[in-house]
Write a protein that binds this ligand. Structure first.
Ligand SMILES: Cc1cc2nc3c(=O)[nH]c(=O)nc-3n(C[C@H](O)[C@H](O)[C@H](O)COP(=O)(O)OP(=O)(O)OC[C@H]3O[C@@H](n4cnc5c(N)ncnc54)[C@H](O)[C@@H]3O)c2cc1C
Length: 391
């Protein structure tokens, strides 16, 4: 079987790429290893509203909640609520969300092959992939949209680093505000990342990520021992899942006639690991690049894809990764200090004025632009310590 573009993986990034390509009249085949799109899903499902608008995705039956801000719990548990009062993000049902994107791709003309796992790839001449049932598929261009453990990235030697944040999440009853995402910063419970609690329809999604250790064991202690969380969650657990988030920019994203998109490409927010919005944006950039290459008849035009991604997100990725490095080295005492810094009126004002759910660089740059005041409130000794963390 031969097609113009073969997409491996029917997650959000793969389906969105497929939809745009099929709308432009290309012959598109999407291969998905599972029998159903969106299953199994392990995701909290928070997506910025302005990002979805930018991509032309209208809220549908997959919306489970609307968030107007965040409540941050530092290790001291003196929480800080940050909100501008308007809806900033949606909580989505990932199964339904993914299915709506797959339906749109099929409606545009893409073929969706379910229950077909790509087990081997040959890129010597015309790209050829083989599925677990021995079917061979040929294409002029291959898109690896096969998630964090991408076989395409591994087979092509595109992994730059194989660092992941390991996550565990449950759905349970919990006493949590409907319109804020609760974020728990505490090195003892979630080293190298954070914990969260978000209302999603009738239940709450409670989870954490960790750079080290067993996330399931850490989540168990988060639920039963964290001074705030243990008092909020119920005993009945509806849904347990584990998953990983790849490190931002941990893969090269182009080789020959192959492009990577989404988690397969390490296209996630450096600070929170959120990958839905960035993956969809990069899917659009990948599709536009492929369309140009087909129009010109020059497959080497695919080389422009990494540049297009860096033009849109390069600064966001670089700044976010530096701040992540700073967070990684902060102790619980530093995190408590940071929370006292955040409640100062002038700092709070900068944060609320510049916060952009999908572009964290904006608020970071605004704080850096006010460096003299920030330095004054942090104190020189502490500022020097944090600058050392960054170098
Ligand atoms: C616990 C947790 C919570 C998260 N919460 C959020 C959040 O709130 N907001 C946010 O923006 N992001 C969140 N993320 C990240 C988000 O889930 C991912 O960034 C997003 O799913 C990436 O989409 P994708 O299409 O690139 O990959 P995926 O959604 O992973 O889709 C890849 C698809 O490829 C298929 N596949 C894989 N290998 C093969 C193969 N060999 N052959 C055929 N098919 C294959 C898979 O079955 C899957 O359907 C979270 C992640 C975790 C682990």
């Amino acid at each position: 079987m031969e097609t113009d573009v073969l997409i491996i993986g029917a997650g959000p990034a793969g389906c969105f790429t497929g939809k745009i390509l099929a709308e432009h009249g290309l012959k598109v085949t999407i291969v998905e290893e599972h029998a159903e799109v969106g299953k199994p899903a392990c995701c909290t499902g928070i997506v910025g509203l302005s990002g979805l608008r930018e991509l032309g995705i209208k809220p549908g039956k997959w919306v489970l909640g609307r968030l107007r801000g965040a409540k941050i719990y530092p290790p001291s548990n003196n929480s800080i609520k940050l909100t501008r009062g308007k809806v900033e993000a949606l909580v989505v049902d990932r199964e339904k969300f993914d299915r709506s994107l797959a339906d749109a791709a099929v409606k545009a003309g893409a073929d969706l092959l379910l229950g077909r796992r790509c087990v081997d790839l040959d890129f010597n001449d015309t790209p050829l992939i083989e599925t677990q049932d021995g079917v061979k598929l040929k294409a002029r261009v291959v898109i690896g949209a096969d998630g964090p453990h991408s076989i395409v990235a591994r087979k092509l030697g595109l992994l730059v680093s194989s660092k992941y944040v390991k996550c565990a999440q449950v759905e349970t009853e919990a006493d949590v505000d409907r319109d804020v995402a609760e974020i728990y910063l505490n090195k003892s419970f979630s080293p190298g990342f954070f914990g969260w609690m978000v209302k999603a329809g009738k239940v709450a999604r409670v989870g954490l990520g960790t750079a080290a250790g067993n996330p399931v064991r850490l989540l168990r202690s988060f639920l039963s021992e964290h001074p705030v969380v243990s008092g909020k969650v119920g005993k009945v657990v509806h849904n347990r899942c584990t998953g990983v988030i790849p490190e931002c920019m941990s893969r090269r994203i182009h080789k020959g006639t192959v492009l990577l998109v989404g988690d397969a490409a390490g296209q996630v927010k450096p600070l929170t690991g959120g990958g839905i919005y960035i993956g969809l944006c990069c899917a659009k950039l990948a599709a536009e690049t492929v369309i140009r290459a087909f129009e010109s008849g020059r497959m080497r035009d695919l080389e422009s894809y990494p540049g297009a991604v860096m033009k849109k997100f390069g600064s966001e990725f670089r700044v976010g990764m530096r701040v992540k490095k700073l967070f990684d080295q902060m102790s619980n005492e530093d995190l408590n200090f940071l929370s006292t810094f955040l409640i100062q009126d002038e700092v709070r004002e900068i944060v609320l004025k510049n916060f952009d759910f999908d572009h964290h660089e904006k608020v970071i740059s605004a704080l850096v632009a006010r460096a003299p005041e920030v330095l004054k409130s942090i104190g020189i000794r502490r500022a020097l310590k944090y600058i050392k963390f960054l170098t």
